[in-house]
Ligand binder design. Structure first.
Ligand code: BYC
Ligand code: FE
Ligand code: FE
Length: 474
């Protein structure tokens, strides 16, 4: 097991104290990070005590400690999962060889770009969510928002550690730039599309943590297979934190639905205007927000056919999520079929090598995982005796990256004309009126245990505390 230094300026289990040069470089980056947190992180609430969990180790049982902390004093640390003795590369052309403790020169720029792309999303999400604290539907939710935010901050530290430790001066420059690009900034935007989308309401926050943090899960799982062992170990530990982010999303959307169902039964209606007047979010609107964030997140997997993806896999840089579950770990000469637009308003099948199709393989695994929560939400709707079913749209719907980019389709994935898409868009995606309505519900609730009228209380509190616990001391 690795030794854990919690007293250090930067808590870590990577023996930072033994590498003075690296330690100094990271200690120099630390004030820049804190400065970024203060300027671009959660707006206000800096002095408030928040009931947060902090990573203090990597043991499955006791990795987290809970307690009150003002966010700027959170102990952002560097934690890698324990090293696996004799770990071998599990896929691609170097399958079976020893994993790498350092980056081979020929893959340096590829690794750097991937680590920077991953790192960029972490602070980007904090920036996107910075104003949400002002409209939290409860103290419980406020705490969860801040928990997600500080952990995304730690995920940035995880990537910055790799950049500093393995990429020399280039890595240090990239680490600085990670604090200089900003979500939605016209001159210096974040790298990936979704992370520049504005977020001004909690329904979007829950959809984002359900769908977009889940892209994080799948990308991190792919990195957890990497031949570059420090990357694999870093991302393995990040995944333990990630689970909570998706929990916030799944239970958040679930609670919105539960509250709507209560009012639908109480008033015995599914009339949208009546429900909105009663202050809850009608199910068709939930569906439209789901369509929006799901399709946005699909783009994050890249193009259906990608020579980049083939290169990552062949060279052991990035595997498939849970690589061990696949039968063939080399995929040399194997093929798969993808659906592409035929350019005449229809679709046709195209054969590509599995290596080129890996983004699509990962995307389809992701869709399966997304469906688990949707099924649970539908079960609640069914139990309430209401005839309505939420449904993920086709992976062809509203894409901006890949083969289907810019091809208008119905949510079922049937290609249609732009004119038809524009005419029906308000049925499928949040309209301005939907957005204005959802935003109008966003009023903060600060009494412990109390919830805004549009969301049901959670089943239980955090870390065995009651729901009425004072999760944030305002
Ligand atoms: N937006 O060959 P292609 C998370 C670029 S979320 C803009 O298909 P590839 C989190 C692409 O870079 C997880 N550009 O792409 C969640 C390429 O550019 P170049 C984040 C895009 O390389 C919530 C070109 O288009 N982690 O952790 O096969 C809260 C051709 O594309 C986009 C990662 O993404 C896009 N959506 O795959 C907090 C992992 N998609 O090379 C955190 C690291 C593609 O032509 N990234 N492009 O200049 C990767 O593994 C890959 O870059 C991608 C793309 C999977 C994203
Ligand atoms: Fe993250
Ligand atoms: Fe996350």
């Amino acid at each position: 097991m690795s030794t854990i230094d919690l007293q250090a300026l930067i808590p870590n289990n990577v023996d930072l104290a033994d590498n003075r040069q690296l330690q100094r470089a990271l200690e120099k980056w630390q004030p820049a990070f804190l400065n970024w947190w203060n300027e671009m992180g959660p707006s206000d609430f800096k002095a408030n005590d928040v009931y947060l969990r902090t990573a203090v180790g990597v043991d499955a049982s006791g990795w987290a400690s809970y307690g009150y902390t003002p966010m700027p004093e959170y102990r952002w640390g560097i934690f890698l999962a324990d090293r696996e003795e004799n770990r071998k590369i599990g896929f691609g052309d170097f399958m079976g060889q020893d994993v790498w403790q350092d980056v081979p020169g020929e893959y340096r720029s590829t690794f750097r770009r991937l680590i920077v792309t991953q790192g960029d999303t972490e602070p980007a999400s904090v920036e996107q969510q910075r104003l949400l604290g002002h409209t939290a539907p409860s103290l419980y939710d406020l705490r969860n928002l801040f928990q997600v935010n500080v952990e995304e901050g730690r995920h940035l530290w995880a990537m910055v550690y790799l950049l500093h430790a393995h990429f020399g001066r280039d890595g240090r420059e990239e680490a600085e730039e990670l604090l200089e690009r900003h979500s939605g900034d016209v001159n210096k935007p974040r790298i990936l599309g979704t992370f520049n989308e504005p977020m001004d309401n909690w329904l979007s926050f829950f959809m984002f943590t359900y769908f977009t943090d889940r892209d994080g899960k799948f990308q991190l799982k792919s990195f957890a297979e990497s031949a570059f062992d420090p990357l694999a170990r870093t991302t393995r530990f990040m995944l333990t934190e990630e689970a909570h982010h998706m929990f916030v999303g799944e239970t958040g959307v679930g609670r919105v639905i539960r509250r709507t169902l209560e009012v639908m039964k109480e008033l015995d209606t599914d009339d949208v205007a009546t429900l909105r007047k009663a202050g809850v979010i009608d199910l068709p609107t939930v569906q439209r927000y789901m369509n929006y964030w799901f399709s946005d997140s699909l783009d994050l997997f890249g193009s259906e056919s990608s020579s980049n993806a083939a290169n990552y896999f062949s060279n052991g840089i990035k595997g498939r999520p849970d690589e061990a579950r696949f039968a063939d770990h080399v995929e040399s000469g194997t093929e798969m079929t993808i659906q592409v637009p035929d350019g005449q308003g229809g679709l046709r099948s195209e054969t590509v090598s599995v290596r080129n199709g890996l983004n699509e393989v990962t995307r389809l695994e992701y869709v399966k995982d997304c469906n688990i929560g949707v099924t649970r939400w539908n079960m609640a709707i069914k139990r309430a005796g209401i005839d309505f079913e939420l449904k993920l749209p086709s992976t062809r719907f509203r894409r901006e990256v890949g083969m289907w980019a810019g091809v208008p389709t119905t949510p079922e994935g049937t290609p249609i004309s732009q004119a038809e898409f524009d005419a029906r868009k308000a049925q499928w995606l949040p309209s301005e009126a939907d957005q204005a309505f959802v935003k109008s519900l966003m009023q903060r609730v600060t009494e412990p245990g109390k919830m805004a009228a549009w969301i049901a209380p959670p089943d239980r509190g955090i870390n065995a505390q009651p729901v009425e616990y004072e999760y944030v001391k305002l």
